[in-house]
Design a protein around this ligand. Structure first.
Ligand code: CAA
Length: 488
């Protein structure tokens, strides 16, 4: 990440001194810079001369003493407080008295880092997002002792770098990581419960919600060690079990599988590794498909099935008689379907189906669903042009189980007065490339639907943080149509 940050400054015409711990790390950093700017040249975004000039503005060294004349130092070393304290004590000694010392920490206390120096008023958080040259957000973190005017100055600098700053106070995870890592850790927990596979969860969130990456691909990009540490810090502050890093993160980190930077984490990032072959989707050998449920989704599925030449029988959840003889029964639902299955003469034939966005359908197999029925419905889903996401028959399936608690967390953050809805939305859009911020998503989905989904998740998992935030609940009870219009 240090290399990415160096690139951002050099792109803006500033001179940079890149310090690494040793020669090997230095040459890796140089390689990153050459690779990243080389890609920009290959894509016609930069000329070879501009690349040479950019690289010429960066000096590479392994000596911290070379920072004596710097006006600003941005630290981006591993997330271990002891390392940070040691480094800041050194920087305080080496750098000129007017220099500002910034930390790119993802979640550690900027105040605690500042306190190790003799200039705590000149220590600030300047938090970039991975990959730094691409992501447009910078969280500017001020502490209670930060000099007046410095946050604005750093925010101005961030703008000069082509970034959008959001200034926040010093709380674990700031805005983005507090919301993001809770969600990513939750994805790990769902994977561990066997609700769905790594690839199904990734596909659900990427194709279903429109996020640029699925949670496991993103964890690999961030680095599993960093992710682990951020969760640890969140847990230390909140003492909420869901922030405790998922055991699978510890296992992978202990095994040295840290994600992209080591070539393997949840995924393998070896360029030569063969792509896993997509599953073949044949035409299912069935004559009658039963469809349970009404509404626009049922109409969409019915139309697609009939267009593909299948005969379909339709039933309402109250009376399943019309579908009793179907070869497979598809129950359109965003809630568990096992109670429908057990009312059929052959419960093993029923499968839950939940359309998500335009490209994905969650295919929920109950504990009694047969393998054949689940496979048949997956084939049908492919035939109607969607990607099937296999999952267990549990509240929220995959997408809502991950998305709704994240939206709830954003409401809690707003409720706590930590940041405004507009800042939280901007932070998630620009920091993570999300198509919309959480409050925009809440309004698009409908606050009542989210509140009800959270209630169902709470009833199923009994996780206290899944209970709807009081503000959300009250806005629904008050009948306000949207959250943004109300909270400003
Ligand atoms: N360095 C520099 N540039 C990069 C890059 C990198 N590592 N990776 C991609 N790019 C550039 C590409 O060159 C390309 O540039 P142009 O459009 O100018 O040609 C652009 O980004 C898009 O890249 P691709 O077309 O190759 O790939 P993509 O469309 O799949 O985008 C992505 C890649 C930008 C990484 C996108 O997937 C994304 O936005 N992912 C989400 C990343 C995210 O959430 N980051 C935040 C993580 S949290 C964090 O970092 C904070 C923390 O403290 C833990």
């Amino acid at each position: 990440m240090g290399a990415g940050i160096a690139e951002v400054f050099a792109r803006a015409g500033l001179r940079v001194i890149g310090v690494e711990a040793d020669e090997a790390a230095l040459s890796r950093g140089r390689g990153h810079l050459e690779g990243s700017t080389g890609r920009a040249v290959a894509r016609g975004r930069m000329t070879a001369e501009e690349q040479a000039a950019l690289l010429g503005r960066i000096a590479f060294t392994t000596s911290r003493d070379d920072l004596a004349g710097a006006d600003l130092v941005v630290e981006a070393i591993p997330e271990v407080m002891e390392f940070k304290r040691g480094l800041f004590a050194d920087l305080d000694r080496i750098c000129k008295p007017s220099a500002v010392l910034a930390t790119n920490t993802s979640s550690l206390s900027v105040t605690a880092i500042a306190a190790t120096t003799s200039r705590p008023a000149q220590v600030i958080g300047m938090h970039f997002f991975n990959p730094a040259p691409v992501m447009r957000l910078v969280e500017v973190v001020r502490t209670v002792v930060t000099e007046d005017g410095l946050p604005d100055e750093i925010a101005g600098l961030a703008r000069r770098l082509g970034k959008t700053p959001v200034t926040v106070g010093d709380r674990a995870g700031f805005v983005v990581n507090r919301l993001l890592l809770s969600y990513l850790n939750h994805a790990c927990a769902l994977l561990e419960t066997g609700l769905a596979s790594r690839d199904d969860i990734d596909a659900a969130m990427r194709l279903g919600v429109g996020l640029p990456m699925g949670p496991f691909t993103l964890l690999d990009l961030i680095g599993l060690d960093t992710s682990y540490e951020v969760c640890e810090v969140l847990f230390r502050e909140s003492r909420e079990r869901r922030h405790a890093p998922a055991p699978i993160l510890r296992e992978l980190v202990t095994a040295g599988l840290l994600g992209r930077k080591t070539g393997r984490g949840f995924h393998s990032h070896d360029r030569d590794a063969p792509e896993t072959a997509g599953e073949p989707g044949g035409r299912p050998e069935i004559s009658l498909v039963g469809l349970v449920g009404g509404g626009p989704d049922a109409a969409t599925v019915l139309e697609a099935l009939e267009a593909a030449g299948f005969k379909a029988a339709v039933a309402e959840p109250g009376d399943l008689t019309p579908v009793a003889e179907a070869d497979v029964v598809v129950a359109l639902s965003d809630t568990p379907v096992v109670e429908l299955a057990v009312r059929l003469p052959r419960p093993e034939r029923l499968v839950g189906l939940h359309l998500v966005g335009e490209r994905v359908a969650e295919v929920a197999a109950t504990v009694v669903t047969s393998r054949e029925a689940a496979e048949t419905v997956r084939d049908l889903v492919r035939m109607i042009g969607r990607t099937p996401v296999r999952c267990g028959d549990r509240a929220g399936f995959v997408v809502n189980a991950l998305l709704y608690p994240y939206l709830n967390d954003a409401v809690r953050m707003l409720e706590a007065g930590y940041a405004s809805a507009a800042d939280i939305d901007a932070a998630m859009r620009l920091g993570c490339g999300y198509p919309a911020g959480p409050f925009e998503m809440l309004d698009a989905i409908g606050i009542e639907r989210v509140r009800d989904g959270l209630r169902a998740l709470y009833a199923e998992y009994r996780e206290p943080s899944f209970a709807p935030a009081p503000l959300l609940d009250q806005l629904v009870t008050a009948g306000v149509p949207g959250i943004r219009a109300h909270v400003g």
